[in-house]
Design a protein around this ligand. Structure first.
Ligand SMILES: Nc1ncnc2c1ncn2[C@@H]1O[C@H](COP(=O)(O)OP(=O)(O)OP(=O)(O)O)[C@@H](O)[C@H]1O
Length: 249
């Protein structure tokens, strides 16, 4: 078993934001977590990445319990990367330089050669630029990129760190339909050898990328299954999927 959440619980001042959830995620899988506002989705990612200490339960990665470990240890030793909602890029550096920093910061050996810009580093950066569709924008400052392009840059920065597991919190938020579709294709293509855990609301996007969808509601798992199973599940429709034109809340 690759990643297993066992009775995982988060508590804030006695309030159980996540209440004894159990999940198994296979290596290489893209798992989407959905649910109404306040369901506990971000808190699950916070526990997985070390930001929030679980009140109870285990996070087993190939048998190692990560519950309560520091964010640094989780990203550095256990290779779990995180993309937050909204871009976190260096605004005074070009697209290329942002990738360079991401690459050097998480690899001690490369760090030594950072300023030499070895051909290996250059090749790796170009490879990522191609994957995230930003080759022609490589000398631009992030402020001149569209919202979607800035998100892609951040995905590239996470890829540069070469994690085994990538968590993405609402990667399509605020994107145009075209950017959303391209982001879905990007996730499928560039992250096919990664385990990806995505929190998302956009159902078309979820349909595009997900193999299995987990539905959270009030800190508990309401349902789990394929997109088709989930989108036809009466309980899920009742608590999350609206039948009017507005879509999920
Ligand atoms: N640090 C915190 N302190 C107190 N309460 C918190 C904290 N973090 C989250 N909560 C509460 O835990 C519950 C779950 O929050 P969480 O952000 O995980 O939900 P979510 O499903 O990601 O919602 P959204 O879709 O709105 O982002 C909410 O009621 C929230 O107010």
């Amino acid at each position: 078993m690759f990643l297993e959440l066992k009775n995982l619980t988060a508590e804030f001042n006695g309030f159980k934001a996540v209440d004894k959830i159990n999940m198994v995620i296979e290596k290489g899988e893209t798992r989407v977590i959905i649910g109404p506002n306040g369901a506990g989705k971000t808190t699950v990612i916070d526990m997985l990445t070390g930001k929030t200490k679980p009140a109870d339960g285990e996070i087993l990665l190939e048998g190692n319990n990560l519950a309560g470990k520091t964010p640094y240890e989780i990203s550095d030793k256990y290779k779990i990367g995180r993309k937050f909602q909204g871009p976190n890029v260096f605004d005074n550096m070009t697209v290329y330089e942002n990738l360079e920093v991401a690459l050097s910061g998480h690899n001690k050996l490369l760090q030594t050669f950072f300023f030499r810009r070895t051909s290996t580093i250059k090749k790796r950066i170009y490879n990522i630029l191609e994957k995230i569709n930003l080759v022609t924008q490589k000398e631009m400052l992030p402020c001149f990129l569209s919202h979607g392009q800035r998100q892609w840059l951040e995905m590239g920065m996470i890829l540069a760190q070469d994690p085994d597991i990538i968590t993405l919190d609402e990667p399509a938020a605020g994107m145009t339909d075209d950017e959303t579709y391209k982001t879905g294709e990007m996730i499928k293509e560039i992250m096919h050898d990664k385990t990806v855990i995505v929190v998302e609301h956009d159902m078309d996007f979820i349909k595009q990328i997900a193999k299995t969808v987990t539905v959270l509601n009030q800190g508990k798992i309401l349902a789990e299954g394929t997109y088709d199973e989930i989108s036809h599940n009466p309980e899920v429709i009742k608590v999350y999927l609206k039948t009017d034109d507005e879509g999920p809340v």
